[in-house]
Design a protein around this ligand. Structure first.
Ligand SMILES: Cc1cc2nc3c(=O)[nH]c(=O)nc-3n(C[C@H](O)[C@H](O)[C@H](O)COP(=O)(O)OP(=O)(O)OC[C@H]3O[C@@H](n4cnc5c(N)ncnc54)[C@H](O)[C@@H]3O)c2cc1C
Length: 438
């Protein structure tokens, strides 16, 4: 087992960093040893690949537990299930499953997410309207509690749902079993359609949910923000496609003097090109369709040293007027988002801290350096709460702690269950301290 000296760690948004030790464990026995010896008041936090954007996977002054050694994948091709270690990535699982004509039913926009991180955030994908979130394909979870005991949790247990979306604060997920779905090839059949404004986008997304397994829209939030964009509709394909270059990950983006390349001008130029690009219509490689941003490693560096924030929220159907308010405010700040994504969610789960619930979810990226952005978003957070909306905590680095119980009204129930699972308060994170979660 290796425990490092304190190292500087940041989330994917690179908007702040914190110093913590890092323990890499090779076996469950070593993990139990770290837990038994943890006397540090800043506690322990299990982590994956740090693809969370803010401070969910940071624990300044404490110890981060790297679980990448828990990398077993055991697929039952008859039952269509997989038992996977917490350190297995979505990308690794997809590859192993595709060899048996199977695929995970819920995958996020990047394949670089671990099973532990997927449960702890209860991630969603483009299929949410059909499949729900990640936890809805999980049959059981094995978790190490702060007492050192290992327990198996099922969806009939309240501790299961406290761990789903529980941000690593109930214990260390070691292993889980999930259901896979059958696919007939490694492809997706995709259709992209240009839309001229937000209402056309909403109408098309809403109408397409019944016919398409995957629906999502890229929304152009540059210039005068009419909300034009491209709606992407997909189903699992039947024609196998040849993968060139072995499907390895793409080039890395160097950090060029720490400068931010995302300005209103560059975003406007890029978005104009993207809006006019030839539309996809036909068969594409499944993994590339699922994880379009994985073609370039470290793309988060384009925002420079000060980083960026990703703002994602969900709002009920019928409350779409809030988008216009948001766009008007962002227009007045001349804030242009490089990445704007709109998606319709389906059913929620019983997990008190799980983000998805029926309605529209919008995701926006902004450099942290936009003048007035933080103040504007603070005001918008309150409007969101008044409209019964909420933000996705795994992407957050800034929301006020006083709004969290209003966004997640079942947090008290979660706190009660959590305190029985971790009476000594061993599991800690910068986010938990900032948002007074525990
Ligand atoms: C390009 C990109 C696209 C994305 N697209 C989506 C998307 O489409 N949908 C979506 O929902 N999310 C999306 N995300 C967010 C991402 O799925 C989540 O942040 C996820 O939690 C990251 O997993 P990770 O393995 O990197 O975990 P980390 O970021 O390292 O940790 C995240 C949380 O999980 C906890 N955790 C990690 N491992 C364990 C464990 N073994 N036991 C208990 N807790 C654990 C940590 O304590 C922390 O609270 C995206 C992120 C990026 C960078």
């Amino acid at each position: 087992m290796l425990i490092t000296d304190p190292v500087l760690v940041s989330g994917w948004g690179r908007n702040f960093s914190s110093l913590s030790k890092r323990a890499s464990i090779a076996t469950i026995e070593q993990l139990q040893e770290v837990v038994a010896q943890a006397g540090d008041s800043r506690g322990l936090l299990p982590v994956g690949l740090h693809r969370s954007y803010g401070d969910s996977a940071l624990n300044s002054g404490g110890v981060l537990i790297d679980l990448s050694a828990l990398n077993g994948i055991d697929i039952d091709p008859v039952a269509h299930t997989a038992i996977v270690g917490a350190g297995v990535t979505i990308r690794e699982l997809e590859r192993a499953a595709l060899l048996r004509s199977l695929f995970p039913p819920v995958v996020p926009g990047t394949g670089f997410v671990t099973m532990g991180g997927a449960v702890a955030a209860d991630i969603h994908g483009k299929s949410h309207h059909k499949t729900g979130s990640f936890s809805q394909c999980v049959n059981w979870i094995k978790i190490l509690l702060s007492s050192g005991e290992i327990v198996q949790l099922f969806p009939s247990d309240e501790e299961f749902w406290a761990t789903v979306g529980g941000l690593g604060l109930t214990g260390i997920i070691l292993e889980l079993e999930l259901n896979l779905r059958q696919v007939s090839s490694n492809s997706a059949d995709v259709k992209e359609i240009r839309v001229k404004d937000l209402s056309a986008m909403i109408e098309l997304l809403g109408r397409s949910d019944k016919d398409y397994e995957h629906t999502v829209a890229w929304i152009d939030l540059s210039g005068d923000y009419r909300g034009r964009g491209i709606v992407s509709l997909g189903n699992y394909g039947s024609e196998p496609v040849k993968i060139r270059g072995g499907g390895s990950s793409g080039p890395s983006l160097p950090s060029i003097g720490g400068a931010n390349f995302i300005t209103p001008l560059t975003v406007k130029a890029f978005n104009e090109l993207w809006f006019r690009k030839p539309l996809k219509h036909g068969t594409v490689v499944l993994n590339k369709y699922m994880h379009p941003l994985d073609g370039v490693n470290n793309w988060n560096r384009i925002y420079g040293d000060s980083g960026f924030l990703q703002y994602q929220f969900v709002i009920d159907e019928g409350r779409e007027e809030i988008f216009e308010k948001l766009f008007a405010g962002l227009r007045s700040l001349k804030a242009a988002s490089f990445l704007g994504v709109l998606k319709k969610f389906g059913q929620e789960t019983p997990a008190p801290l799980s983000f998805p619930r029926p309605g529209w979810t919008l995701t926006l990226d902004y450099p942290t350096t936009v003048p007035g952005l933080e103040r504007f978003l603070q005001g918008f957070d309150e409007e969101l709460v008044a409209a019964r909306g909420r933000i996705y905590l795994i992407k957050d680095a800034r929301v006020s702690h006083s709004l969290v119980p209003l966004m997640y009204p079942e947090i008290e129930k979660w706190r009660t269950i959590r305190s029985t699972m971790d009476p000594t308060g061993l599991w800690q994170s910068d986010q938990a301290r900032r948002l007074h979660l525990c």
